[in-house]
Design a protein. Structure first.
Length: 582
């Protein structure tokens, strides 16, 4: 059944209304041929429209009633009971309330509110008139997952345990039994990934212990327990993950790395799998990355205006090295891909060498490292330099050889974008020196360094204000004796967030390599001297950036301290607290 009854196509209406561009519509229609989704879902999954803006436009343009995400969240559970769980799960709809003016009418949220076949099914199951409301499928799926996700996983786990006992009794089964392909394990692994995605998790940890298997998800940078299973399930779960990620199920003594693509609610995710043998069995970690989520416009980074000016100045260099630094999981890949997106023009040749390729960008040539085949960062770079590149992106500078080639490429007229695992912008320079790059070459080659971290955002619904104490003012880099009141916020926790935080935001330390810093590189080089010079030239350190976010009520002092710890500031705050106590 066609979704739209209007003569004018939805895509054309969106372009006419200025909601998307002609190019975005063209890309979405191409993507739609592959993913077989509705156009609206495709536009939202590609980041061209937000769910809220599409829901509002779609319902208004099509003359349909719409339901907000908040109304879905506060749905009436009696409505689902009347329709029955089977029908709700079959059609992926959400009955959320009743019509106050008609006791025989039920409100139902649907991604296809004019699908008469689905409406008929719901009316037959409930015996009531259906009032269809439009809602994006992702909103509906999130609520259904909260309602039925854990229940389905638990049912599948119980089914697996029952089968296991029937076949093997109370004894542990051989890890290579036929249960690998059983439906319960397939259901459990599928539900595990779907639940993690809908929670907004970046990683899933499956951890074998002496008497249980613990599953945890990293949400907003913090691990939280999602489920606990009996140890007899570990072998089949691990084998299932190995199969779908292309790993060797017979190898249990060595670490293995694999990857797979998984689609949840119409959005494509890249899942990187790491398996590590431990005392009680193989531990599995799956890292989840939304493929379209990495290719965002520069405004998505959330830079302050002064930092955006610095980044623009760095990107305008025709040649040199741009480094993005930070620990694992700090958003470096997103920043790198955003920079490449900005630099991606028809008149430049961009080639990347990555391990792994995390997102595919139209118009860019991307190379996947293959160590077994001898295709390393260094060997790929040597070949790339013969491909007439203008811009080169190196996934990570891991060794001296790669660093030297990157420096030579930048000096010979190429713009190089890469990442390093260091704690700050100034430490990146000393790290390159440790790799064997001469300081004067770094001064000639590097044009800018971006250090970043992710802090958790305070939930705007429940955050609690209070006046900053003397110790908190010190941690924020302020004068503790200044009588001016300063408001900061604490996390509380509510139905929307659970723990007082919802989502994350990047904080940045952006250091253009100026003439003053280059002079230091010809003298005695220390991270402290470099940072001091950069701050005097207007650089905001990670701690300064964190403090700005605290003062604006975006995050908390504890979050700032967690990602940008300063021993001197903490010692001064502790001393002030001790003086107050005395």
């Amino acid at each position: 059944m066609a979704l739209f009854g209007a003569k004018k196509r939805l895509g054309d209406m969106l372009v006419e209304a200025g909601m998307i561009t002609e190019d975005q519509l063209k890309h979405a229609l191409e993507e739609q041929k592959t993913n077989k989704q509705r156009l609206g879902e495709t536009l939202m999954s590609m980041g061209f429209m937000t769910q809220q803006s599409f829901a509002q436009f779609f319902s208004t343009s099509m003359g349909l009633d719409a339901v907000s995400q908040e109304e879905l969240h506060q749905h009436d559970p009696r409505a689902i009971e009347i329709v029955t769980e089977d029908v709700v799960r079959k059609h992926q709809v959400l009955p959320f309330g009743f019509d106050p003016d008609n006791i025989n009418a039920i409100k139902v949220a649907m991604a296809e509110p004019n699908n008469l076949g689905v409406i008929d099914d719901i009316e037959m199951a409930s015996g009531m008139e259906v009032l269809p409301y439009y809602a994006p499928q992702a909103w509906i799926s999130i609520e259904l997952d909260k309602l039925f996700g854990k229940r389905s996983t638990q049912e599948a786990a119980e089914e697996f345990v029952a089968q296991h006992k029937a076949e093997f009794g109370e004894e542990d089964a051989d890890e290579e039994d036929d249960t690998v392909g059983d439906a319960p394990i397939v259901k459990i692994v599928r539900a595990m990934i779907q639940q993690a995605v809908r929670e907004g998790a970046s990683d899933i940890h499956i951890e074998p212990m002496e008497r249980q298997v613990r599953v945890r998800a990293r949400v907003d940078g913090m691990l939280q327990e999602d489920a606990v299973y009996p140890p007899t399930m570990l072998a089949a779960m691990t084998a299932r993950i190995k199969i779908i990620s292309g790993l060797d199920i017979s190898e249990k003594r060595k670490p293995q790395d694999g990857r797979l693509t998984y689609v949840v609610d119409g959005v494509e995710f890249d899942v990187r799998v790491s398996i590590l043998p431990t005392v009680y069995g193989e531990k599995t970690v799956m890292r989840l990355t939304k493929k379209q989520g990495l290719t965002q416009p520069k405004s998505y980074l959330g830079l302050y205006p002064d930092d955006e000016v610095k980044l623009d100045g760095i990107m305008n260099n025709p040649h040199g090295i741009i480094l993005v630094t930070g620990p694992t999981g700090s958003g470096k890949s997103t920043t790198c891909y955003t920079v490449l997106n900005e630099l991606n023009k028809p008149d430049v040749n961009i080639i990347t060498v990555e391990d792994p390729v995390e997102a595919n960008i139209a118009g860019i040539n991307q190379v996947q490292v293959n160590v077994k085949a001898g295709l390393t960062f260094a060997s790929a770079l040597r070949s790339i330099l013969r491909q007439d590149p203008d811009i080169i992106m190196i996934g990570e500078i891991r060794d001296g050889e790669t660093a030297q080639i990157a420096v030579q490429a930048s000096i010979t007229g190429h713009l190089v974008v890469s990442t390093l695992h260091t704690n700050s912008t100034s430490a990146s320079i000393t790290r390159l020196i440790d790799m064997g790059v001469e300081p004067y070459l770094i001064g000639d080659a590097v044009v800018g360094i971006i250090a970043q971290r992710l802090v958790r955002r305070l939930c705007p619904e429940c955050k609690q204000p209070h006046e900053a104490t003397r110790q908190e003012k010190i941690l924020l880099g302020m004068d503790e004796n200044d009588p001016t009141p300063v408001t900061v916020y604490d996390p509380v926790g509510c139905e929307k967030c659970g723990n007082g935080y919802k989502g994350r935001k990047a904080i940045y330390e952006i250091m253009p390599i100026s003439a003053g810093i280059r002079r230091i590189l010809h003298e005695t080089v220390t991270a402290e001297k470099i940072e001091e010079a950069a701050v005097s030239e207007g650089m905001n350190t990670l701690r300064m950036s964190g403090a700005r976010n605290v003062l604006e009520g975006i995050t908390t002092i504890s979050e700032m301290a967690r990602v940008a710890y300063d021993m001197d500031a903490q010692t001064a705050a502790d001393s002030s607290q001790l003086e107050e106590a005395e």
